[in-house]
Design a protein around this ligand. Structure first.
Ligand SMILES: Cc1cc2nc3c(=O)[nH]c(=O)nc-3n(C[C@H](O)[C@H](O)[C@H](O)COP(=O)(O)O)c2cc1C
Length: 220
């Protein structure tokens, strides 16, 4: 694997507030974007997500239904982006779904023996039931897996030289209705606009700001 300059990428990326609507992401990078979304790790490989991806005017207009009213500060980011991804989380996790994931792992050659598959499914059920019943935080747990994907994604697209804006400022209810997500067992969480920064994006020229190393690290 080639070495990358991670600090350079971390400092190059920033939250893009204005996209150049004439610049479009290539089809090769579309495939890379899908790979980032699909290959993100998740607890017990649960992959409790779905992604709505749009690069068309019509699709972006539908996604912009989640950026009206109070959320209109995000609207132009959706409409001028080359591509937009709506990250959605599952709303239910149960044994049937875990079996479905485990069957796919089996087809992908993850289990040398049938008993490994049985053990694996058992472990998945134990972890899942801790969240469903003991902690009663199954939704929160699934949302966390999706957020992990978003973090992975933001760094990944930056490594591809693609600008991005993550948006929590979206109308979840409007988006869920627009795409019939709740009926399908999903709910929207975060939208990410992708593309290339506009020459006049004020945010591109601002210095990065993070809490100091002294404050955030304890080295022992
Ligand atoms: C989960 C998440 C949600 C965010 N929501 C919005 C948003 O709705 N609109 C926006 O302009 N920026 C949003 N941001 C951008 C943050 O304000 C930004 O990441 C932070 O200030 C650090 O700046 P940087 O990304 O430029 O390094 C969001 C960031 C994250 C990680």
């Amino acid at each position: 694997m080639d070495k990358i300059n991670i600090k350079e990428i971390l400092n190059w990326r920033y939250t893009t507030k204005a996209f150049d609507s004439d610049k479009k992401i290539s089809s090769e990078n579309e495939e890379n974007i899908k790979a980032l979304l699909q290959m993100s790790p998740s607890s017990i490989n649960s992959q409790p997500w779905h992604f709505i991806i749009s690069s068309t005017e019509k699709g972006k207009e539908r996604l912009a239904k989640g950026t009206s009213g109070f959320f209109s500060f995000n609207e132009s980011k959706v409409l001028n982006a080359s591509h937009v991804v709506l990250f959605c989380a599952k709303t239910d996790i149960n044994e049937n779904y875990l079996k479905h994931v485990t069957e796919k792992e089996d087809r992908d050659g993850r289990f040398a023996k049938e008993e490994f598959k049985t053990q694996n499914l058992g472990a998945k059920n134990i972890f899942t039931n801790i969240h469903r019943f003991d902690l009663k935080d199954a939704q929160h747990w699934m949302d966390k897996q999706v957020y992990l994907n978003i973090g992975n994604f933001l760094l990944g697209v930056a490594a591809l030289g693609i600008d991005a804006v993550p948006m929590e400022g979206i109308d979840i209810k409007a988006l869920d209705e627009e795409f019939g997500l709740r009926e399908k067992g999903f709910t929207s969480l975060v939208m990410v606009g992708l593309g290339y920064r506009a020459a006049d994006d004020f945010n591109a020229g601002l210095p990065k700001s993070r809490l100091s190393e002294e404050e955030i690290f304890t080295e022992i």
